[in-house]
Structures are given as C-alpha cells and as structure tokens.
Ligand binder design. Structure first.
Ligand code: FES
Ligand SMILES: [Fe+2]
Length: 365
C-alpha cells in the first residue's frame, strides 16, 4: 500500500471508492489522528455550505451575531437596507475582532484600536492614522462571505467557487411541503460536548441499525421494519413511520424525516417540529453538537406539553448517542481496530457520507 504524497494519513488505497458490499469503513487514524484534524476540517468545512443560524436572530436592521467556521471568526448582520450580509470578523488593521458578542449596532467598531466599519463592510473611521501613505480606505473593507437563507435558516460558504446552497438539496423542499419550515418558530438551543471525533457522531447519526440496541425508548416510537433510507448527491434521508396510533409524534400515517446535508448538518422533521443539529469539530477527539428546536405552535397548554415531552425524549436519545459515540472513539483508538464493514441493508447513508468525505479529501489537493 502506498501513501499519497500529500498527507501522512492518506493512503491511495483508503481513498478508493468501492461498492458498499465490498467497501471497508474509513481507517481509524482519520478519527483519531491529532495531526489529521486540521487537514480534515479545512478540506471539508471550508468547501461546503455551513449552517450558522436562523433569520430570527437578525430580524431588525443592525442585528448581528458572531460565529466561527473552520477556525475563521465570522459575523452575520442585517444591514441598513435589511439585506443579510456575512463577513470575516477580522479588522484589516491588525486582525482584531470587530464584534465579540451578538447585538445590534449602527457601525462595527474594532475592539483593538477602534477602527469603524459600516454594516456593508466599508471601512469608515481610522483614528490617528494621518500621515500613512498609500493607504486607501476602500482597500481595507471587511472581507465579505457568501450567505444564503433557506427555510428560515442561514448558511455561509467560505469558498466562492461552490455552487449555491439550494443546488445541494434538490427535492427536500418538495418532499416536506406540509412541514413549512419558514413558518416554524424558534424555541430553544441546546449545546452538547462529546468526547469523540466529529465523524463518529455523523456516522452514528446516519444509521438506524443501532436503534434497538442503543435507543430502547425510541424503538418503541419508530416503526423500524419500515425504516428506509435514500441518498442524493450531497444529502441523505432516513425516513420512518411511527409505530403507535397514540404516540406523541403522530400516527402510523405520519413520517419522521431525518435529513443529513453533507458534511455536518441535520434536519429532523417530525409533525409540528423541526430540530436541526449542527456538528462542530473542536479537536480530533472533541465535538460540539448544537440542537435548535422550532415548533409550529407554542401558545397552548397542549403545545407546551408536546414541547416538554419532545425536549425530554430528544435529550434522552442524545445521551444514549453520546455514550455510544464516546465508547466508539475509544475503540477506534485501540490497537485492535482499524477498518470495518458496512451492512448493505442498514448502513447505506454511512457509506454515502464516507464516500463524500473521500471525494472532499481528494479534491483538497
Ligand atoms: S486591529 Fe482593529 S483597529 Fe487595530
Ligand atoms: Fe442514535
């Protein structure tokens, strides 16, 4: 087996894409290598659309929030014309932050030496800068980033050559039409920290194979026999009807949709609610996962009871997933394991994710 020239972790053989029936899972070093982490996240996260928040965070002119993608500090703002814009949160003087927390402003002021920028990124004020030659303010504007809105959510992309977000998710809007995402109301954000590589969490999300073993409670709600999966170029869908007429989420005619948009975004759509999961790599062995909950209704006692039950059930499921993911991270680190195999019947979406990952690594060179 020959290593590629470009990275000590990437062997040509491991980057090959084989049919699922003969394919092996990706090697453990891709999950556990400290030095691989930077390559991994840059190759994948700077070249894809990334969920950063939702429109409700910046409803008024001047509302903004700060965030990060692949180690890049960013700012997303609603400007004076009510247009949504995104910039690197990096002052062009000496790299200071133009905002450190979410808020509302007429102008961004760098925390370091006080340069100011308009909401469209133009450099406005440069205190005590007289006598600097060949300095044109227009060459020192905040660097803009592409930002798009979809279903009331906001996505940015650090790469100008990547196609618009909508081209990566054909068919989703049509399929979930009755679940009008735009009209759902944001309720709550819950953050989790998990001691595993981000790909362990994504792999785990992408199969229902572990349902009966890991989630006895959820197994009572979902009809595993009729659980189906499908893959599209850049996303996959796991879909399941409910088991019980009287379940909290719906009847056997209703459907749970679990959408995964490569590389790290999930939309879990059940009747009356949308839950998004954003998987944020922190280190080779640490991941944050951000759950945002949106509901159709929040005003009645019945709606509140549903929300309370939904949050409790989701938190239980997440605790079960965290526990298994942290064990898997340990297993991947052990001397006994390198690569495994896929269930053709149940792990199609994991295989699909790992194929996309290999393509992302290959195109990073
Ligand atoms: S780094 Fe921003 S004003 Fe100096
Ligand atoms: Fe799970």
């Amino acid at each position: 087996m020959k290593k590629t020239d470009y990275n000590e972790f990437l062997y040509d053989e491991d980057l090959k894409i084989k049919p699922i029936a003969t394919a092996e899972t990706i090697p453990s070093a891709w999950y556990t290598g400290k030095d691989f982490f930077e390559f991994d996240t840059k190759a994948v996260f700077t070249k894809t659309w990334q969920h950063v928040g939702y429109c409700g965070q910046i409803l008024k002119q001047g509302d903004y929030f700060v965030t990060e993608v692949a180690d890049n500090p960013l700012i997303v703002v609603r400007d004076k014309e009510k247009r949504i814009r995104a910039f690197y949160n990096v002052c062009l003087h000496r790299g200071g932050p133009v905002a450190t927390k979410d808020g509302n402003t007429k102008v961004f002021q760098c925390r370091y030496h006080g340069w100011t920028y308009d909401l469209d990124g133009k450099l406005r004020g440069t205190p005590e800068f007289e006598g600097v030659d060949e300095f044109e303010k227009r060459n020192y504007c905040l660097a803009p980033i592409r930002v798009e809105e979809w279903g009331g959510m906001l996505f940015i992309c650090l790469d100008d050559t990547v196609k618009p977000f909508e081209t990566f998710i054909p068919g989703i809007r049509e399929r979930i039409l009755p679940n009008k995402l735009e009209s759902k109301i944001f309720h709550k954000r819950v953050d989790y920290t998990i001691k595993c590589n981000w790909k362990v969490y994504v792999d785990n999300y992408l199969e229902g194979y572990h349902l009966n073993m890991v989630h006895p409670g959820l197994a009572k709600i979902l009809d595993y026999r009729n659980y189906v999966t499908e893959t599209n170029d850049h996303y996959s869908l796991q879909q399941s009807p409910f088991k019980d007429e009287n379940g909290i989420y719906g009847s056997p005619d209703d459907m749970a949709y679990y959408y995964f948009v490569f590389p790290n975004f999930m939309m879990n759509i059940l009747p009356g609610r949308l839950q998004t999961n954003l998987v944020i790599p922190v280190a080779h062995n640490e991941t944050h996962v951000r759950f945002d909950y949106y509901y159709d209704e929040m005003d009645t006692d019945e709606a509140n009871k549903f929300i309370e039950d939904d949050l409790r059930i989701s938190d239980e499921i997440q605790a079960e997933d965290i526990d298994i993911c942290e064990h898997v991270q340990k297993g991947l680190r052990s001397d006994a394991y390198d690569k495994g195999r896929f269930s053709v019947k149940r792990e199609e979406c994991v295989y699909h994710f790992q194929c996309l990952l290999k393509m992302a690594y290959k195109s990073a060179f």
